[in-house]
Design a protein. Structure first.
Length: 161
């Protein structure tokens, strides 16, 4: 795959990349930080996307695989046979309320990993185990084997799936 870089004096830079399907993807980065993405068909722009600098960075993270890396299907089948993901709601009277993941030593005692917290519709991904206190009503998104999650629910006391 070849990426062509072109200076645009006083404007910024242009990057062009031929796609497998025959179309061309063009990215123009302005000196102001603004980005435009063009999908070219027969030398004309079929689609144009205008991105802010922040949107471009976020899209770059996604495209680079920083947030998600696909797993080959044969590996995924093996993983799915053993691993379960559960959404566990922390109820009134739970042993977890006002404690951190580190305080509870969840991973060490149950083998379960808390990968996110849904707090009133706001997702907290990869919560800091030392700083993020669990609150009543939180939904903990956890990963582990069925046996580990069962042990986790026992430790929680008043939690539901």
């Amino acid at each position: 795959m070849e990426i062509r870089e072109t200076d645009l004096p006083g404007i910024g830079k242009k990057y062009s990349m031929g796609l497998k399907e025959g179309r061309e993807l063009v990215l123009v980065i302005y000196n102001t930080g603004r980005r435009e993405i063009y999908l070219m068909e027969d030398e004309e722009a079929a689609y144009v996307f205008d991105l802010t600098e922040e949107e471009a960075k976020e899209l770059g993270f996604l495209l680079a695989g920083a947030m998600y890396q696909p797993v080959k299907s044969e590996k995924m089948e093996l993983i799915l046979k053993e691993v379960v993901m559960e959404w566990v709601k922390v109820e009134v009277g739970s042993n977890f309320v006002n404690k951190t993941i580190a305080d509870l030593q969840i991973r060490r005692t149950t083998g379960v990993s808390v990968i996110a917290i849904d707090r009133k519709g706001k997702i907290i991904p990869s919560p800091d185990p030392y700083k993020e206190k669990i609150e009543f009503g939180d939904i903990l998104i956890v990963v582990g084997t069925r046996q580990q999650i069962s042990h986790f629910l026992e430790l929680c006391g008043r939690c539901s799936t």
